[in-house]
Design a protein around this ligand. Sequence first.
Ligand SMILES: Nc1ncnc2c1ncn2[C@@H]1O[C@H](COP(=O)(O)OP(=O)(O)O)[C@@H](O)[C@H]1O
Ligand SMILES: [Mg+2]
Length: 506
Amino acid sequence: MLEDGKIYLGLSKDDPTKKVYLHLPQANRHGLIAGASGTGKTVTMKVLAESFSAAGVPVFLCDVKGDVSGICEKGKDSEGMQKRIDRFGIRETFTYRAYPAVFYDLYGKGGHRIRTTVSDLGPALLARILDLTDVQEGVLEIAFRVADDQGLKILDLKDLRAVLSYVSEHREEYTATYGNVAPQSVGAILRALLPLDKEGGDLFFGEPAFDILDWIRTAEDGRGYVNVLHCVETVRHPRLYAIFLLWMLAELFEVLPEEGDPEKPKLVFFFDEAHLLFSDAPKALLAQIEQTVKLIRSKGVGIYFVTQSPSDIPDTVLAQLSNRVQHALRAYTPAEQKAVRAAAQTFRPNPAFSSEEAIMTLGTGEALVSCLDEKGVPSVVERTAILCPESLMAPASATARRTAQLHSPVGDKYDTPVDRESAYEILTGRAAEKEKEKAEAEKKKAEDAAAKAGEKEKEKKEKEAEKKKKADEKRAEKRRDKIESQLIRAGGSLLSRGLLKILKKL
Ligand SMILES: Nc1ncnc2c1ncn2[C@@H]1O[C@H](COP(=O)(O)OP(=O)(O)O)[C@@H](O)[C@H]1O
Ligand SMILES: [Mg+2]
């Protein structure tokens, strides 16, 4: 709850007159909400989100179980709530109310679609996500440059695949200008894309590309919008979930100006099930997350990771999460005991209790809290009873969700996917054109060959006719000669016979 420009988070259990605050100017120094299942993490996240919203700061929440959605509906009264209202001394200020919420969903079912283009993500980030080697990353960069030079847009995964195949097929042409493209590297990249396809990467990549500034809006009454990412389905696909987060951080970093030390954050982001981001993450990717978390602070963006145990988060990232809320942890196994000890040691000790013991005995809705004070120094840890939210502590009704979406400030801007002409269409078009040209050339060749064969046949026939004619003529001549000689012979005998007669008469 917002109180005197500070977020009133709860009351100290050891000194009930002591209020525990989170200071708005320190809210971009990031935070952690940890604790076992059912200990109150989601409720704490809601209390914080409501307070930021009331301060005019838009927030972004991941809704893993669907119960965060209740923020768009006013809370329900109960005896327990009445007791809490008195206990926290908020009777004057507490009102059950809904917060201005907008729902999003990477799958487009539980809210507006969020999409981005592969070229917006860029080859470097993509290489890290796909855990490519340096050589493979080099090839990916060449593919992006060739596409750029040829005006081929890489919007979705099929564009990327088409460009990679194209570059591989024409590698001889490009080696001199861009560098070597080994077909094996292209093969490896195409293989690395497969799991992404299976996780529905095709849904995330494409247009209309999401404008991240749409999250940084305030409602008419001045409250910050609560952007809820419905990720019941997405968390089953950790790779996609991680890509989304990275893209978002990179995008925010790119579009937001430097803020220095703002009076209040520009946007606060709560990333639930944060362990999904870090388990199995390649080293280069972890380095990138660490770097982005560090730098984004100066853009006025606060990131709050929500997870079971602080040990789920790499030390380099953990070290940057300054505002901490640690709910109860169980410690049955030696590994769990170690995690509790580690969690306890991150707090500035309070002489009134042992942090380690406290973590194991905290009740639901209670937490160890240490935030940065006005001067940016971590406060002594307090065993804290966390305030209750004004909105509903359960999933929102279908009607409330629909109403929220009807009043969505982005309208239907992102609800219809577009598939405009990009690399895939152009390259498959080109290939079809080539195929057509090839078929035409073949047809012409066949026709020419047929014509040539006809010509030859004609010539052959003519030659044969000539030959026959000549033979006939020869035969005729021979016949004539024969007759002639017969005639001569006959004439000769006649003549000789006549001569004999004449001679006899003489
Ligand atoms: N601060 C609180 N005030 C009142 N009830 C709370 C509070 N924190 C938790 N609870 C109760 O405990 C339940 C579980 O809390 P939840 O935040 O969903 O746990 P987690 O997210 O850690 O699994 C809530 O539904 C609510 O009934
Ligand atoms: Mg929860």
